[in-house]
Design a protein around this ligand. Structure first.
Ligand SMILES: Nc1ncnc2c1ncn2[C@@H]1O[C@H](COP(=O)(O)OP(=O)(O)OP(=O)(O)O)[C@@H](O)[C@H]1O
Ligand SMILES: [Mg+2]
Length: 298
């Protein structure tokens, strides 16, 4: 915590010394016991605010809600649609915890974080919903790094339950509808925490608090940690990212078998090097569908 405050203070001081115009909102506004909230209209709601560099985001090939159309934005416009439909129970039958969406994969490095962030960004352009992006990849957390934001308290602290409540850890961002929950303070038994009863209670609370909020979890790979499977069993929807041309079909099958009980499973093919310039592309693959539990695997 203190390093967050120090970093923010240093950054502001640097800006001041450089004679720069002060930003409308501090880069990181941390409200804690030692700090007086400055002109905080709702001081009971202790939420911090961070500034995402939207230009850097667009340059990194990530959907930016204020950028003009891009190929990646078009792809995610298609990818998000069934997830939103399921999340809001607009289908034939509603799905328990449908608004909890886990992004995972069979193995490491298949594009989970990239997908989770892009999905979240793409969903922020929807009028009717808010979006919360949660870093739950305990072995390799990287949401904050990719977004250029400092780590801070988050998910693991909430699960342990020793400090603060969710509203004090949730980061508001310069994208109106987007909030972020970092992974939180490293913990010796962090992976086990994902499969704990406390985690289950937390997920339940998250799913039910705001019916119009979609929550996206960047999660560990299914074949590398058993806890990821337990986590998946409490999610309404699971997106399994598959890096085409690398992950074996048998590994994909094995990964899907670990989440058999999940109501909605969605296989997302991350097609590396499909374009002439060696770029990536996305597509849903292998005939897996979504909807209620009975009608998935086509
Ligand atoms: N569709 C894509 N287009 C462009 N770049 C991509 C795409 N998918 C993945 N990448 C890039 O590939 C790298 C690996 O992706 P990413 O970090 O999202 O994988 P991961 O599954 O989260 O890995 P880990 O298991 O380490 O958490 C990153 O540099 C990411 O930006
Ligand atoms: Mg990752």
């Amino acid at each position: 915590m203190s390093s967050l405050i120090e970093q923010a203070a240093q950054r502001l001081e640097q800006l001041r010394q450089a004679g720069a115009e002060m930003p409308a909102a501090p880069v990181v506004q941390t409200i804690g016991a030692a700090q007086e909230p400055v002109n905080e209209p709702h001081s009971a709601f202790l939420s911090r605010r961070v500034e995402i560099d939207l230009e850097a985001l667009a340059a990194a090939g990530i959907v930016s809600p204020y950028a003009p159309r891009s190929q990646i934005a078009d792809q995610f416009r298609v990818i998000k649609r069934p997830l939103i439909r399921n999340a809001m129970g607009k289908g034939a039958s509603s799905i328990a915890h449908g608004n909890l969406i886990m992004v995972t994969s069979a193995l490491a490095g298949e594009g989970k974080t990239f997908t989770a962030i892009n999905l979240a960004m793409s969903m922020t352009t929807e009028l009717d919903y808010t979006v919360m992006l949660v870093d739950a990849d305990v072995p390799r957390p990287s949401v904050m790094k990719v977004l250029g934001l400092p780590e801070g308290p988050g998910l693991l602290d909430l699960v342990i339950g020793e400090s603060g409540d969710m509203s004090s850890m949730l980061l508001k961002t310069n994208i109106d509808k987007l909030t972020i929950l970092p992974i939180g303070t490293p913990h010796a038994r962090a992976t086990e925490l994902l499969a704990s009863d406390a985690m289950v209670r937390l997920l339940d609370e998250m799913a039910n608090r705001y019916p119009d909020r979609i929550i996206i979890f960047d999660s560990p790979p299914l074949l590398l940690t058993t806890e990821a499977r337990v986590l998946a069993s409490h999610m309404g929807q699971v997106v399994v990212v598959v890096q085409a041309g690398r992950t074996l079909q048998s590994e994909v099958r094995q990964a899907l078998a670990t989440i058999e009980a999940c109501p909605v499973k969605l296989l997302l093919l991350n097609q590396a090097r499909t374009g002439s310039k060696g770029g990536y592309g996305y597509g849903y693959g292998y005939g897996y569908g979504y909807g209620s539990g009975e009608q998935q695997q086509a």
